[in-house]
Design a protein around this ligand. Sequence first.
Ligand code: BMA
Length: 795
Amino acid sequence: MTPFRPLHEAWTVRSASGDVRAPAVVPGCVHTDLLAAGLIPDPYLDDNETRLAWIGRTEWCYETEFSWAGTEHERTDLVCEGLDTVAAIELNGVRVGESANMHRSYRFDVRHALRAGTNRLTVTFGSALEYAERLKEELGDRPGAYTQPYQFIRKMACNFGWDWGPTLITAGIWKPIGLHEWSGARIAAVRPLVTLGDGTARVDVHVEVEKAGAVEVTAAIKGVSGRAVIPEGRSEAVITLEVPDPELWWPRGYGEQPLHELEVRAGDDVWRREIGLREVSLRTEGGAFTLAVNGADVFVRGVNWIPDDCFPTRVDRDRYAARLAKACEANVNLIRVWGGGLYESEDFYELCDRLGLLVWQDFPFACAAYPEEEPIRAEVEAEAREQVARLSAHPSLVLWCGNNENIEGYVDWGWQDSLQGRSWGGHFYLELLPSIVAELDPTRPYWPGSPYSGSMDLPPNDPGHGTMHIWDVWNQRDYAVYRDYRPRMAAEFGFQGPAAYATIRRAISDEPLLPDSRGLLHHQKAIDGNLKLAAGLKPYFPVPETFDDWHYLTQVNQARAIQLGVEHFRSLWPHCAGSVVWQLNDCWPVTSWSAVDGDGRKKPLFHALRRAYADRLLTVQPRDGGLAVVAVNDTGRPWRASARAVRHGFDGTTLAAQPFELDVPPRTAVTLPLAASVAEPGDPAGELVAVEISDQPVGRALWFFAPDRDLRLPEPRYDTAAEPTADGLRLTVTARTLLRDLAVFPDRLDPDAEVDDQLVTLLPGERAEFLISTAGLDERALVRAPVLRCVNDAV
Ligand code: BMA
């Protein structure tokens, strides 16, 4: 590889007026620089956000000096892998380039501006907000779900504020920057496009080269190689490699994830990447939305992903790895990179390749009508071409999607009235982007948007066709309404819950801390968020009287809502081919729909999700006026077992029992009606149904006949025992009464303490073990509210 010299040292940042100055970290951004210099408070604490809006309205100048000794090479380029966003780049006072798109990289030939000795590099960032406001004036306003004009600039949309995120408009050199010296030829892009044949994998290696004369290009994988010569005047070659008896790459739960090194050479330049051999398709016949990998239909056990930080340079490989590991732990097999965020970094997709996590990638357009005029159009085309090529090497990437909710907004949210014929982005989603994907990477399916039904003649959010977002639950309706929907792909549905207590306490200094105390409300960005939390609780629980009850019950309710939705959607397989929960992660400490909060702590939802997404699931569902057990076997092996459905009294007595044999073929859901003796309660307020398999590690399914507030849950009684383990302790809880949704919150005693499970329901005499990651906790406090909780003590 020809030398790349990073220029990451000795940067400073200053405001245009010169009033504010700080040492700068590159890659980085202005907020983190000002924070490190002690010039601003932490934007994530209390309501500091509100005092920092000036940063987004300021022009920022990044500057460094470096020495350069001259070069033997023909070309010296300044490579900017990412500039956020409206930037002018000067080298020794010579303007060498400019940019207005965070989603692109740039390469400027700077030989003419370099000089031997000391060089001064300056990158000046205009206010992204003012740029967007100017374009809004010029191009005419467009409707959107939020007030800020983020659709007028190619920058991570949620940086302008979202219903889970603060408005912190960044600027900075957010990806590596440096000098690249080269001669002869440079590999500009490689697109290894994989298809499967009869006993072979075919890799069409598309190589784009920047060069002067003719150049020979070679490509090799697993001992198979090929060559081509790109003549003068041309810049691209395709080398086809046929790999015999390929070891295929599979999504997790379907097989292994073997990766093979592909090496491409052109002149002195080398490109190496590990790729996977696999084929993906999207089946849409009759309205379906079923992803298939290597011919196998996949039920998507998905989560939506948002940018993990408002300042994305803080998300390094380790942080991605920690988040994605949690997704795997929750039995997730697909991550949807949502359109209000980013094309994530190589680390993200590489980790997904290794973990077998499928990636559905939205193009970054969300919740607004976007102008199709210049300069936006050219930026969109350039960015899409670059990103489709860049990500083509990743086997995990299985779907390109045009946008988030923009087609729905255009058709269903009244946007057409205010648009008055102005462009809205339809050309991007329906023509430009699909043509770029078809040209550069025809091996990946493209879908114009989510939700979308496959044709502009159908309502975009039609349950029977394509992808669906279900938001009437949470916004207006009880979560049991999930069961009224029969989507082909539930691409978004979510329910809010507060962050972990330790996360709230780190970020919010309210005294007293109340659901609606000032700081906590500032960290609730959804319209009427707390009212909707209360409305969601109402059918199930009495109004919580204390903060601790509110915190516990809203977290329980979030978990129950999503568990109900997921189990219902899984029970509809293969009609419904997936559920993509809104949302896995958060970007700061906030009350939101996430399963993992902004400090990386698991909410109770996380544990419910892990159970609901288990390979093998037993669930009780209402069917035909009665109840049925649905056994979902999402493994490649048949599932045979002797199972039992029992109607219990809350005191543990068996009121009726129904033994049955399970025989569920691979990747199948089987429905078995429950006998009336089990399904019909004598005393709905004092009975439940449990369906279980005694000799297999499959979670049991429970069914209560009434909401908690109408149940006669007993005063909770239990025995506890704590014993030390190698790095923490094991807490055993033995129930003397029914205990519903038992949970331990060790983070209330030590912010570092984690527990391996939550929301466990025990019948009298049963026992649960909780592994707690930290030793030395106060054991008396550990076994009492608010640390040890069950629903019994809150209703
Ligand atoms: C959908 C998402 C996001 C939003 C979420 C919660 O609209 O696409 O825009 O954060 O709902 O309201």
